[in-house]
Design a protein around this ligand. Structure first.
Ligand code: PA5
Length: 444
């Protein structure tokens, strides 16, 4: 049965009144029009809204073909990219694949080991990765919308050189897949010159909204994820979340609730999850909201907590520290596997009452108990529930957040699709490195 994501705000109700939500309706309507009529700031980067979800058979065939080659021939697939160019695929692979995917024996995984590079300037991380992949059949996917971002560019130098040394220039060409802007940028030029297989991030989609383009889909397909299902879920999200009535549109409702909470001084949102596999989804979400809203001295700071782990570290602060937080709990109704607590005869730990209970059941009680305690302690709690952890619902979730983020940005009065602030450190860094900026950084 096809269900939908559900948003519950009963544990935020004492902080945000129904009448306040109703008063927001005209503003939400306006934000919706700015986005859908493409009259808002950053309208040139709204291709993710509908266009990129259209049935693009040639592109999908090419992704399938390339992923098939990589799955057949590679022992190791290295995805090079930073920010929006890697977080979406890493999040999805983390959610849907085995927790120890790379350590599984090849017959249990049916695809190559997948590693990510180009997210930092760490010589240690790069050197250690090179050690891990030594002697293994290697394919590389370099992803950069602008084609000039420092971290992936430097990592790609290393991997391109390694491939050419190992396989010769001609064979190395068959092992490099470039994902970049349709027309612009150094990487597009290089791909054309070198005849590398090249996939496209459309010009009207910025990095942090590119998860449902080839940037996200190729690594997902290499990892064995059903990308058609991801897209089907996103399309359903596109259909569901265009309803302008915020009481019938959980994505808009979420955007509005967080906006009202922000206006009441709740300036930090923590995405709380109870499955560690959500770690990179939370990283993706942090980039999406942080880069889209944090500007002009405004914006909610997005953070994340992994529960119950972090209840043993940050739990005290959250319960009794400063009250500038609210949490958005991500919950999955039916996790894809469960196990019963092992029964012990001597009841040495006094936990005999848990014999035979499932871990998901206990996790759920921990989640409920935490949400109630936080809400009672002055911390508003929103809860977003996925019916199941499947590609379909992951696709819907990704779209849910992208849509909410755009509306939230317009409610705040900022351009949700630019990121002028990230240039400041780059200018300093390049001037310290005694190099003039090319002016191409940060196009995406
Ligand atoms: O959302 C964005 O546009 C950025 O965060 C980019 O994803 C990030 O900077 C990587 O850029 P690029 O893909 O151009 O290398």
């Amino acid at each position: 049965m096809v269900e939908e994501l559900r948003l519950d705000y009963t544990m935020a109700a004492k902080f945000v009144g129904e009448n306040e939500l109703e008063q927001m309706e005209p503003k939400v309507q306006h934000a919706h029009e700015l986005l859908h009529l493409r009259t808002g700031a950053g309208r040139e980067y709204t291709g993710w809204l509908e266009d990129s979800l259209a049935d693009n058979q040639p592109e999908m065939r090419y992704i399938r073909e390339l992923s098939g080659v990589v799955r057949n021939e590679a022992d190791v697939f290295v995805v090079i990219g930073v920010g929006g160019s890697y977080l979406g695929s890493r999040a999805t692979l983390g959610l849907l694949n085995h927790s120890y995917y790379n350590q599984l024996s090849p017959d249990r995984r049916e695809g190559p080991e997948i590693y990510f590079a180009g997210q930092n300037l760490s010589p240690v991380a790069l050197t250690h990765l090179l050690e891990i992949i030594r002697d293994k059949e290697l394919f590389v996917n370099v992803i950069s919308k602008s084609g000039t971002t420092l971290e992936p560019a430097l990592a790609f130098r290393t991997f391109r050189q390694l491939l050419e040394e190992r396989y010769g220039k001609e064979d190395a060409r068959q092992r490099i897949i470039v994902t970049t802007d349709t027309k612009k940028g150094a990487l597009r030029r290089l791909a054309e010159e070198e005849n590398y297989a090249a996939l496209t991030i459309p010009g009207d989609i910025g990095g942090r909204n590119s998860v449902l383009t080839a940037a996200g889909l190729l690594p997902m397909a290499v990892g064995g994820i059903a990308i058609e299902e991801i897209l089907a879920g996103a399309r359903q999200g596109c259909h569901l979340y265009r309803n302008v009535d915020l009481f019938h549109n959980p994505s808009y409702l979420y955007a509005t609730l967080r906006h009202l909470l922000y206006r009441k001084g709740k300036t930090i949102e923590l995405l709380a999850y109870y499955e560690p596999s959500f770690y990179y989804l939370a990283e993706w979400w942090k980039q999406l909201f942080g880069e889209s809203e944090g500007k002009e001295g405004k914006g909610i700071f997005p953070g994340a907590v992994s529960f119950t782990t972090d209840l043993h570290s940050l739990g005290q602060y959250l319960q009794e520290g400063m009250r500038q937080f609210f949490t958005t709990t991500l919950w999955v109704d039916q996790i894809f596997l469960d196990r019963k607590v092992d029964a012990v005869q001597d009841n040495w730990d006094g936990l005999g009452f848990l014999n035979g209970k499932t871990m998901q059941f206990i996790n759920e009680k921990a989640c409920q108990g935490t949400m109630e305690a936080h809400s009672e302690g002055g911390l508003p709690v929103l809860q977003l529930t996925m019916p199941r952890l499947t590609p379909y619902y992951v696709g819907q979730l990704l779209y849910f957040f992208q849509k909410a983020c755009a509306i939230s940005g317009y409610l705040l009065g900022v351009n949700p699709f630019d990121q002028p602030g990230v240039e400041a450190y780059k200018r300093n860094m390049f001037s310290l490195l005694e190099r003039e900026s090319t002016g191409e950084e940060g196009i995406s």
